[in-house]
Structures are given as structure tokens and as C-alpha cells.
Design a protein around this ligand. Structure first.
Ligand code: FMN
Length: 349
């Protein structure tokens, strides 16, 4: 299954899918009279086409013998109202509705999404974090149908953040970089130690540091500091290629950090772990603020493949923990999957 943008030539197939789905999938929750009023079989194709064009409309496609079959579709208007969402009756429970909703919610960037969900669709939306605002009766061809006004409020930057690996050449104004850092340092830290330091690298200095990282990765291949991580060196090279195209690279240093090649006591380890947590919080604040400022970012730890080289080049107290690329995104990746709640949460009441 693949998702693509709507084309006018899809409209008739979508109208047919709508009719078939309503009369089969929704039949468990509505009477025949209600289904006939809901999907009469007479769709105004011109009006549908117009609204699909005005909205963000996503069509789910299956390739069958070289031809495209429409197996689902959904559309959302600019206010975040999810207007229609239908999946072919033979393609239910395959994640198609989820994929369509993910795409629509990601495309229409809003703090809240609404929909009028049928009785059948209500559990699906509840699972997606929508809540029932009210139950209502809508009239279709003189017949009343029950549905639910549902709403999902989201923290927009958390929902929209992605690791961005393709950037435009445009420079990022210094005020925006400062805003990203200011948001970072609002993070909590143990005993308010604020162990973080930032080194913002751009232009000629970034070119210099790219060579340093390149040198480190080369050295890692022959004299590795991290021999067990040899299989990840290719990934580090890819990360370097991303660093090369981004306008801004920010190094985040734990000024109290201990060298990774020297053994430490349990107390020192606890100190390190606590400081490390606050630096993680800093970086996440920075990533989320970047989203709010219309910027993309990538959190990078492949810097460890040039550990010695960067240590010497940076020449600062403490340890380099991570780098963050910041720039204008030139891609809009779909969300990477997350583990299911049941697999990661244990409730102990
Ligand atoms: C501590 C940390 C280190 C990471 N290091 C790298 C890296 O060196 N190179 C890279 O391409 N991505 C790196 N990532 C990005 C992850 O691959 C990414 O967050 C993950 O695949 C989930 O994708 P998402 O950020 O788009 O949700 C890192 C993320 C974290 C939190």
C-alpha cells in the first residue's frame, strides 16, 4: 500500500469505495434506512472533486497487475477538520486508516484536530487520542444518524518533530539560533548545575570541523576507539554527509563530563548519568523549539566516531555529548514507528 496525493481521476473510484464501505463496514452500527440515507449512491462528483482539491486529500493505493486500486482515502481542511476517512471493506485492519490519518495530521499542522466520527469509527479515533466532545444526530435525506464530534489536542512541536536529514542552503538568522539555545537552557538540571556548553559552528569553521570528523572516521576504521561499533561506521559517514549540507551545527558539551576511556567510581557515574539526563532534556527542548520556528534539526551522536579528533579541535572543558544540525528542512519524512504502549509500559496499581 502506498499513499499519494489526490487526483481528479480518483474521484469516481472514491465515491464507489465510499458507497461500498458504508453499506458493508458501517452496517453493524446503522439500520439499512440510515445507510441508504448516508450513502445514496448518487454523489455530486463535481462538488466532491472541488472539496478534495481544497482540502489535503490522501489516497491509499494498491498496485494490482500494474494498475492502481484505490483502497482508502481521507481529507482534512485547513482548520484541522478531518472530513472523510474511508477504507475499502476488503482492506480493513491493515493500518491504512492510521497511515492516512498520520499523513493528514502531519500535513495540516495544528494544535487540535476534529472530526465527526460514526459509531463504527469512534473506537479508532479514541485509540488515536481523540476525545468525544458530544454525541449528535445529523439529518441525511430526512433520516437521523448518530455520530460523535471528536477532538484531539496535540502539542504541535512534539507531533511534528522529525529527524531531518536534508536541508535547504538558506542561512539561519542568528536570532533564531539563539532562540533555540535559550529554549535548550530552560531544561531542568540536577541541583541546577546547568552543566551544558554550546559551540555554534558555521561557514568556514564548519568546513574545518567536517574534515576533522572525516579524519576521525578514517582513523576509527584502522585504529578504532570503538571496535565493537565497526558496523556503525557507514552510518557515521552518512551522518557526516548530512552535516556537510546543513548551515548550522551546534556542539553540546557536558562541561562536567568525564573522558569515556577512563574508569570512574559509582558516584562519578551517578553524577555523569544525572548530568547526561539534563543535557538530553536541553537537546529535546532545542529540537522542539526548532520545529516551532519552522526549522528542522538532527540530534547526532555519531560524533563519537571522531572522539579524539573532536576533543582536540573543540579544546573545551568536559566532554562533547552530541551535535545538533539546524536548518530549513528540505524533506518532510513520515513519523518513524514507535513501540506500542502495552510493550513498554507496566502498570503497577
Ligand atoms: C541520542 C541520539 C543520537 C542520535 N544520533 C544520530 C546520528 O548520529 N545520526 C543520525 O542520522 N541520527 C541520529 N539520531 C536520530 C535517530 O535516528 C532518530 O531520532 C530516530 O530514528 C527516530 O526518528 P525521529 O527522530 O524522526 O522520530 C540520534 C537520536 C538520538 C536521540
Amino acid at each position: 500500500m502506498k499513499l499519494r496525493e489526490y487526483r481528479t481521476s480518483d474521484c469516481e473510484k472514491m465515491a464507489k469505495l465510499f458507497y461500498d464501505t458504508v453499506h458493508s463496514v458501517n452496517a453493524a452500527d446503522y439500520t439499512a434506512e440510515q445507510l441508504n440515507a448516508w450513502a445514496t449512491g448518487k454523489v455530486d462528483l463535481k462538488a466532491w472533486d472541488r472539496s478534495f482539491q481544497e482540502h489535503v486529500t490522501v489516497v491509499a493505493i494498491e498496485e494490482e497487475n500494474g494498475t492502481e486500486k484505490v483502497v482508502g482515502f481521507g481529507d482534512m481542511d485547513g482548520s484541522g477538520y478531518l472530513d472523510r476517512l474511508y477504507v475499502h471493506r476488503d482492506y480493513q485492519r491493515q493500518g491504512i486508516a492510521t497511515a492516512i490519518c498520520d499523513k493528514l495530521e502531519h500535513s495540516v499542522k495544528k494544535g487540535a484536530y476534529t472530526t465527526h466520527a460514526s459509531i463504527t469509527a469512534k473506537p479508532f479515533f479514541l485509540k488515536r487520542g481523540y476525545q468525544v466532545v458530544r454525541e449528535q444526530q445529523v439529518e441525511r435525506c430526512g433520516i437521523l444518524l448518530t455520530n460523535f464530534v471528536m477532538e484531539k489536542k496535540v502539542v504541535y512541536s512534539i507531533e511534528s518533530r522529525r529527524s531531518i536529514r536534508k536541508y535547504k542552503h538558506d542561512q539561519v538568522p542568528r536570532e533564531l539560533i539563539e532562540k533555540v539555545i535559550v529554549a535548550g537552557i530552560k531544561a531542568p538540571s540536577p541541583k541546577n548545575r546547568q552543566p551544558w556548553r554550546f559551540i555554534v559552528v558555521q561557514g568556514g569553521k564548519k568546513e574545518e570541523v567536517q574534515k576533522i570528523i572525516e579524519k576521525g572516521i578514517g582513523r576509527e576504521k584502522t585504529t578504532p576507539l570503538l571496535p565493537d561499533s565497526a558496523k556503525l561506521v557507514k552510518g557515521a559517514e552518512y551522518t557526516l554527509s548530512i552535516i556537510k549540507q546543513v548551515p548550522v551545527l551546534i556542539f553540546i558539551v557536558n562541561s562536567k563530563g568525564k573522558r569515556i576511556d577512563v574508569p570512574i567510581t559509582p558516584e562519578e557515574r551517578v553524577y555523569e548519568i544525572c548530568n547526561a539526563q539534563s543535557i538530553g532534556a536541553v537537546i529535546e527542548n532545542m529540537c522542539l523549539t526548532a520545529v516551532e520556528l519552522g526549522l528542522g534539526s538532527l540530534w547526532i551522536c555519531d560524533t563519537y566516531f571522531a572522539y579524539w579528533e573532536l576533543k582536540e579541535w573543540l579544546n573545551v572543558e568536559g566532554e562533547l555529548y552530541a551535535a545538533l544540525t539546524v536548518g530549513y528542512a528540505d524533506e518532510d519524512p513520515v513519523a518513524r514507528p514507535r513501540k506500542k504502549m502495552d510493550d513498554i509500559v507496566e502498570w503497577r496499581d
